[in-house]
Design a protein around this ligand. Structure first.
Ligand SMILES: CC(C)(COP(=O)(O)OP(=O)(O)OC[C@H]1O[C@@H](n2cnc3c(N)ncnc32)[C@H](O)[C@@H]1OP(=O)(O)O)[C@@H](O)C(=O)NCCC(=O)NCCS
Length: 174
């Protein structure tokens, strides 16, 4: 895929999307899109959203996956735990994966996908409660990306971060 100058839109992954030449530089994230993403959707495990450009509307330029999850009460850092009920598991929303094709880097597509995921998570949490969005970074580079947007690492799990839904709700406010 050559770099694109088109405008991007985000939509649910479907059969029409070409996934085979997607390359974000991480083989596990490439493989997920190629072989697992549609299966997970069929099994109701995740919804995968893809970014496509107006000039190449079937080619995947970036993607993320979204699922419900639950986090053990003991895993939250102390300040967050204080606000939570004493249930063993606390409901949350998971961005399992997020990646941008190497040929589309630096176009703010990663940011666009992340904001799209946060907005969708916030909207869903108004129907089915969720205290935070969780992300699982694949390495320190991924962590650095999420830290820019206010994510907080779980204690003793440096690759796993969260952003409280209350914080997300403030993002769009003037
Ligand atoms: C991380 C990733 C999604 C960023 O995508 P991108 O489209 O190139 O990033 P954007 O253009 O939206 O960048 C937005 C801002 O974040 C910064 N940024 C991008 N990647 C970053 C990283 N890994 N660490 C810190 N900052 C980063 C950009 O410099 C830009 O900063 P600015 O506001 O000062 O200009 C992409 O590099 C990627 O897919 N990497 C491989 C997979 C991965 O690491 N996924 C995330 C964790 S699993």
């Amino acid at each position: 895929m050559s770099p694109t100058s088109g405008r991007f839109s985000v939509e649910v992954l479907g059969k029409r999307h070409q996934r085979d030449d997607f390359d974000c530089g991480s083989e596990p994230l490439n493989r997920y899109l190629r072989t697992q993403a549609r299966q997970e959707m069929e099994r109701d495990v995740a919804i995968v959203y893809v970014a496509v450009s107006s000039d190449r509307p079937t080619r995947v330029a970036g993607y993320y996956s979204l699922s419900s999850t639950a986090v053990r009460l003991s895993e939250w850092p102390e300040p967050a735990r204080k606000r939570l009920p004493r249930y063993p598991l606390v409901p949350a929303t998971l961005i399992g994966r997020l990646a941008v094709d190497q040929r589309c880097r630096g176009l703010r597509l990663g940011e666009r996908l992340l904001i799209d995921a946060l907005r969708r998570s916030l909207a869903a949490s108004q129907a089915i409660a969720s205290v935070a969005v969780i992300v699982e970074a694949k390495d320190q580079t991924g962590v650095a990306f999420y830290l820019r947007y206010g994510f907080i690492s779980f204690p003793d799990q440096p690759l796993r971060l969260f952003l409280p839904m209350k914080t997300i709700a403030q993002l769009d406010k003037p």
